[in-house]
Design a protein around this ligand. Structure first.
Ligand code: NAP
Length: 327
């Protein structure tokens, strides 16, 4: 995803599923209350399974559940072939086409909605998925959101997509889990070839980012999808340690043997850089503006919830830089 990346830099079963009018009752299926382990009749459905996060979630799930319990939802059958080869059922659907979402979920399934990427359309698309999950009567819907500070801070990128999606999930009456993910470290390490040539450029000042790897966030999603006690919970997920762009540049310098500087620029300059790279102007500004959120500490994290969920420390920045340099 290039500059886009840079810019962003057992199961819970609805405890009220048998209440009158609930999807579980409408379908005539008895829904039990929050079992500690996955019941045999249930599937774990992962949307956007062909994305970078989705693929890792599927792989994590396969270490915790049999392949015939996992369902991957993708819009591109060809891209999903590798997942199907692992014995995972693939269902083809597009968030933007409600008719394709009708048979994606099964009653009492546990589902993960991974947020989409289509700027300006995502909220409507996510609503389509939520409506389909509600109509079917899934046991619990988990959603990959973004750290609450960024949502509450009013940053357009977060406020436009994640806030209304979170609201729609809560208002749907479905049992839910919200995974408010911090930034992926890979948003930055994917830019290393350019950083080695041009340095690190940002508008975040000395603000710190409590990032973690996609694999760390994927592990958290897999834990939440395959264990109980996460019903109607919101997790603020971030890496154990936070770093500034200057610290990032220093670590990259150390490991690469090349002196890399951090250049702090006004947000407009950063937006122009994104724009020159082909991102539409308004979108470029929204992405650049997130650096101002970083400056305010809104992506610093620090709750420790991610490492608690996954039962291990999150992957340190130095390790992710090292892996990226090795290719
Ligand atoms: N926390 C962060 O730092 C960060 C950074 C960037 C993005 N994000 C968010 O986190 C999500 C997952 O990240 P990622 O790295 O896995 O992103 P990614 O690799 O770009 O994957 C996005 C996935 O969304 C799917 N998708 C997009 N529009 C869709 C639609 N209309 N219908 C069905 N599927 C659709 C894509 O399908 P295809 O495979 O067919 O393209 C792809 O599988 C992103 O989508 C974005 O919302 C978070």
């Amino acid at each position: 995803m290039g500059l886009l990346d840079h810019a962003f830099a057992a199961l819970g079963v609805r405890q009220n599923a048998a209440t009158p009018g609930s999807p579980g009752q409408r379908s005539g299926v008895r829904v039990t209350t929050a079992p500690a382990i996955l019941e045999k009749s249930m599937s774990i459905v992962v949307t956007a399974a062909t994305g970078q996060l989705g693929r890792l979630v599927v792989d994590e799930l396969l270490t915790r559940a049999a392949a015939d319990r996992v369902v991957a939802v993708a819009r591109n059958e060809r891209k999903a072939a590798r997942i199907a080869a692992k014995g995972v059922e693939v269902r083809i659907a597009d968030y933007g086409k409600p008719e394709t979402l009708k048979n994606v979920f099964g009653v009492c399934d546990v589902a993960l909605l991974i947020s989409g990427t289509e700027f300006g359309q995502r909220t409507a698309q996510h609503r389509n998925v939520i409506d389909a999950a509600k109509a079917t009567g899934v046991a619990r819907l988990t959603y990959t959101s973004v750290l609450g500070g960024l949502i509450e801070g009013g940053y357009k990128e977060a406020a436009e997509q994640h806030k209304p999606t979170e609201q729609a999930i809560v208002e749907s009456g479905l049992t839910y889990t919200l995974l408010r993910n911090g930034w992926y470290t890979e948003n930055y390490t994917a830019q290393i070839p350019g950083q080695l040539k041009h340095g690190v450029v940002g508008a975040a000042g000395e603000g710190k980012i409590g990032s973690a790897t996609r694999a760390d966030f994927a592990a958290a999603a897999a834990v939440v999808l395959t264990s109980g006690g996460h019903e109607n919970k919101i997790y603020e997920l971030s890496g154990d340690s936070a770093w500034s762009f200057a610290e990032y540049a220093a670590e990259l310098s150390l490991q690469s043997g090349t002196e890399i500087a951090y250049r702090d620029v006004p947000v407009e300059t950063l937006a122009a850089v994104f724009s020159r790279a082909g991102i539409p102007a308004e979108q470029a500004y929204n992405y650049a503006e997130i650096d101002l959120g970083i400056k305010r500490g809104l992506l610093q994290g620090g709750s420790g919830e991610l490492s608690r969920l996954i039962g291990r420390p999150t992957t340190p920045l130095a390790e992710t830089i090292s892996a990226a340099l090795k290719g």
